[in-house]
Design a protein around this ligand. Structure first.
Ligand code: PLP
Length: 407
């Protein structure tokens, strides 16, 4: 490589530094975006000893207790514990014995769509609502066809989807409505818990959630037949007679995972309350930044606030979402772009997507940025995160001004 080529190759790195860095990062150590919460103390170790003593390590007393406690908390007759939300979604769709198309959002985690593919069904993407970020019922109506077999909705970041409208659509057509409630254990709509809506709702208890099993999931349903099929489905399809009627999975929950989640139910409502305080604190501090927008939670709804997101409108803010991501990482704050790229733009789905435009999904996905949220974050830390965001904004504003003056 010649000397002039070397200089050309180094230039972008130098520019990057100049664009985003502040002299001293706001946090000395990297602040993580998630921190598993509701983890029990010594009581859990007593449970572990009990499990070992019982010599029943999977799908036994603790699983049953956790299912009962979850059913009581959610106020739903049937809860079937499974090994993950993904497995629960796959099995719920399988148990319904569907053929054809499933309408779902593209603005979600790809596991929602994978459950459709695993069943040999066709995902048909519908746009999301610009305020709630959840699937837009009008967009669902626009995607209905004679092949529509089911609707799969997601309570995004814990914010409940528009269930009244979506249930009307599903019941008018007599098709199942499945909810990916991975983020939404503890969310509610007009004091009805998420878990009581649709044909079935499926939760996740992986470590990024508010209720943690290590790994795990739960299908909640009011349909006794569906619950019975799911109990067999999570056990290779075997209902006990060693003669399966359905090709199930091993999607059982272990006793250890159930014991952990059962303990985690203690204090769940307080954790949700705290996360909502943090959300409001963020909104109050960041509201004045031009080009910033937030997810709208309808007045009678409660979000579990699994994530906190801001939308960054580049034109008004002066810099792109990706610039801000880089700038905050330099402040030692871990941030995320959930969910970017949207599912229909991912390799696996690009050629399955029917190419009908999804303008709101594109825009939200392109502008979204997630900041740390967990109930153990102190107000001081939230303030420091906000100070860092404001410092980035001041930097962006000065750069824009000085460029304007130079022009
Ligand atoms: C919307 C959504 N659905 C499904 C899943 C998958 O959950 P699990 O890891 O329990 O399979 C996740 C994971 O975070 C998710 O965000």
């Amino acid at each position: 490589m010649q000397a002039s080529d070397t200089r050309r190759a180094r230039k972008p790195v130098a520019e990057k530094h100049e664009q985003t860095s502040s002299a001293i990062p706001m946090f000395e150590e990297r602040l993580p975006i998630v921190s598993p919460e509701g983890l029990p103390d010594g009581k859990f170790l007593r449970d572990v000893r009990k499990i070992l003593h019982s010599r029943q390590l999977t799908n036994a007393t603790f699983v049953r207790k956790f299912e009962e406690a979850a059913a009581e908390y959610l106020n739903v007759p049937h809860c079937v514990a499974v090994s993950s939300c993904t497995a629960g979604l796959i099995l719920a769709l399988r148990a319904l014995n569907l053929q054809g198309e499933v309408i779902l959002p593209s603005f979600t985690f790809h596991a929602s769509a994978h459950s459709v593919l695993w069943n040999g069904l066709k995902p048909v993407f519908a746009d999301c609502d610009p305020e709630t970020f959840c699937i837009d019922p009008h967009a669902v109506r626009a995607q209905l066809s004679s092949d529509t077999a089911a609707i799969l909705v997601v309570h995004l970041f814990g914010n409940p989807a528009s269930m009244v409208e979506l249930q009307t659509i599903a019941s008018d057509l007599n098709i199942p409505l499945i909810c990916d409630a991975a983020h939404a254990f503890g969310s509610s709509i007009s004091s009805n818990q998420v878990g009581t809506f649709g044909t079935a709702e499926v939760f996740s208890f992986s470590p990024t959630k508010l209720l943690v099993a290590g790994e795990g999931g739960m299908v909640a349903t009011r349909d006794a037949d569906l619950a019975r099929i799911l109990r067999a489905a999570r056990n290779y399809g075997d209902s006990g007679n060693y003669d399966p009627e359905l090709a199930g999975l091993n999607a059982r929950m272990s006793e250890f995972h159930a014991a952990l989640a059962l303990r985690g139910l203690d204090g769940l409502d307080a954790r949700i309350e705290r996360r909502n305080q943090i959300r409001l604190h963020y909104e109050w501090r960041l509201n004045a930044i031009p080009g910033f927008g937030f997810q709208h939670i309808r007045p009678r709804n409660r979000s579990a606030c699994k994530d906190f997101a801001v939308l960054v409108d580049e034109a008004a803010f002066g810099k792109s979402r990706d610039w801000l991501v880089e700038a905050l990482e330099k402040e030692n704050i871990q941030v995320r772009r959930y969910f970017w790229p949207p599912v229909h733009r991912q390799k696996l789905y690009r050629n399955i997507w029917d190419k009908r435009p999804l303008p709101v999904t594109e825009s939200v996905s392109h502008n979204i940025l997630n900041l740390p949220i967990y109930s153990t974050l102190s107000d001081e830390t939230v303030d420091k995160i906000c100070d860092a965001v404001l410092r980035c904004y001041d930097f962006a504003k000065k750069r824009t001004l000085s460029r304007a003056q130079r022009a």
